[in-house]
Design a protein around this ligand. Sequence first.
Ligand SMILES: Nc1ncnc2c1ncn2[C@@H]1O[C@H](COP(=O)(O)OP(=O)(O)OP(=O)(O)O)[C@@H](O)[C@H]1O
Ligand SMILES: [Mg+2]
Length: 322
Amino acid sequence: MEDKKVLFEVKDLKMYFPARGGKTVKAVDGVSFNIYEGETFGVVGESGCGKTTVGRTLLGVYQATAGDIIYKGKNVRDFNGDDKMSFSKNCQMIFQDPAACLDPRMSIGTIVSEGLNVHYKSMTREQKEERVNQVLSYVGLTSDYASRFAHELSGGQRQRIGIARALAIEPSFIVCDEPIAALDVSIQAQVVNLLTRLQKELGLTYMFISHDLSMVRHISDRIAVMYLGSLVELGDNKSIYGHPVHPYTQALFSAIPEPDPYHSWLKNRVHLQGEIPSPINAPAGCKFCTRCPKATDRCKVEAPALREVEPGHYAACHMLDI
Ligand SMILES: Nc1ncnc2c1ncn2[C@@H]1O[C@H](COP(=O)(O)OP(=O)(O)OP(=O)(O)O)[C@@H](O)[C@H]1O
Ligand SMILES: [Mg+2]
């Protein structure tokens, strides 16, 4: 990865939301990572750990509470009008529930070309139509789909429309937020293969958010594991799946069927106990300490920093000191 160009440099990013009673939801609580051009950066973790919030904050949907997002060497906070426009054209998102984000009153052609009206104002109607047909063909649909409506389509076809809409304005980075979770298992592989093919053909960079660990393993170059708003482990696919070092990652992954039962870390399987604490009232010290079978007194008071355990592989656990 060293020769790869950094697309995003995220430093100590925090995204807090106000909650009832003057409390604060620390949805993302100080995460740092890089995303390299052309890669698929997987983000995994249980429901509520902050995956979607990281993706949305990265794209500027939410204004970060603290921290820095450096895009192509420039802090997004310092963006001027032109930078903002180019950023919103280049960085797109596709969602879990394709039905919910497609306006039922609009034809597919109108939905797919919406972004063109914003980012390609000088395009003629014919050029827009041509672009719509082109992106429909990218996602394996014929141009007749342009005159149809979302309710006439299957779940898999609607997700293709979501992808086509994102692609219409030629982005270079797409946050794929659980893009296949709402689809039938038989269709999931098709959509994933489509995303992989488009990435190769168009040179896209993906952030791929999912709690389907097998899918993330299949698609990602590097993987970030989140727990309660924090990053607990980060590394390339091989290191993260081959020898996860954080007890949380080990616990999360021990649920995946493993073809090789003699994987060394599996001998020390950790099973998750108890509920995830609330991000309104996260444990002091290491946030995983209330569920970690290896936790010591130190873990209850001192938050472990992310450290490099081997080149490019990082984990945040006091056990790594020993
Ligand atoms: N707009 C918001 N206002 C208040 N709290 C929010 C908001 N968005 C998310 N949260 C809270 O922040 C935490 C992280 O939510 P987020 O949606 O990022 O989790 P997630 O990892 O994407 O979960 P899932 O796997 O269920 O999609 C949750 O506790 C959630 O309730
Ligand atoms: Mg989510």
